[in-house]
Design a protein around this ligand. Structure first.
Ligand SMILES: [Zn+2]
Length: 248
């Protein structure tokens, strides 16, 4: 069930049986010469919708833009600052908590969002306590990174070894190929790829990682692999979501 395709009476009825909500969050950032700019949002959205179907949960609209400041020297990347993203999350959750939602399960597609999301959760708990809503003290946020599910990680290791890398990875590219086969891109990739450098500002990042990849070989991706990643992530995260709901 998708929030943006629901009516308010439907949401009200849903709240009578569940106070849980799944929130996909991604990023809009370069993913190397063959990866889609929307990769992180596409992956998070697809997995979130799969988990929603498997668990009868409501799925919020995808938060498409995240914290991707270090990718902004490549055209097409859009980023919120950490402070802006924290305000976005806080305002989403405050609105939703007012309606009665208390269990927020974020399915995240971008490693660069993790630190900001955790900070935003703390900020939200404090703001909700000050607002003193009836459910303020029951609000709980959980962060689930689909690419860090153990079954996903194991499959990526098996299929790609160290060519998985850490950005524009074949696993995430494969998942986008499964979801959008009409948007599969071809480009020549140099056999040597930068990896292991620290991350600073955007211009520095582009200097260190000239084609945008970080140690990865996305040419190994196939839509069939993507289907396997999708199924594993949905299975793992459906269990995690149901456990989260059941916890006090
Ligand atoms: Zn990504």
């Amino acid at each position: 069930m998708l929030l943006h395709l629901s009516t308010w009476p439907e949401v009200e009825a849903y709240l009578n049986r569940s106070s849980g909500l799944i929130l996909p969050i991604g990023s809009t950032e370069q993913h190397g010469p063959t990866g889609l700019i929307g990769t992180d949002a596409i992956c998070a959205e697809a997995v979130a919708r799969g988990v929603g179907e498997a668990t009868q949960a409501l799925v919020a609209p995808t938060i498409n833009v995240g914290m991707a400041l270090h990718h902004t020297a490549f055209p097409g990347s859009i980023s919120l600052r950490p402070s802006t993203l924290m305000l976005v999350i806080r305002d989403y959750l405050t609105s939703l908590a007012r309606a009665g939602f208390t269990k927020f399960f974020f399915i995240n597609g971008h490693g660069g969002n993790i630190a900001t999301l955790k900070a935003a959760f703390s900020e939200t708990y404090a703001v909700l306590a000050d607002l003193n809503l009836p459910n303020s003290d029951r609000v709980q946020c959980r962060l689930a990174n689909w690419f860090m599910c153990s079954s996903v990680y194991q499959l990526a290791k098996k299929l790609y070894g160290n060519q998985e890398g850490s950005h524009a990875t074949p696993s995430e590219v494969a998942l986008t190929q499964y979801v959008y086969p009409e948007a599969i891109k071809q480009a020549e990739l140099s056999p040597e790829v930068a990896s292991g450098h620290p991350i600073y500002g955007a211009a520095d990042f582009r200097r260190r990682y000239p084609d945008g990849r970080m140690g990865s070989n996305p040419a190994l991706a196939t839509p069939e692999h993507g289907k396997q990643f999708y199924e594993r992530a949905v299975k793992d995260l459906s269990s995690s979501y149901l456990e989260f709901l059941a916890q006090d």
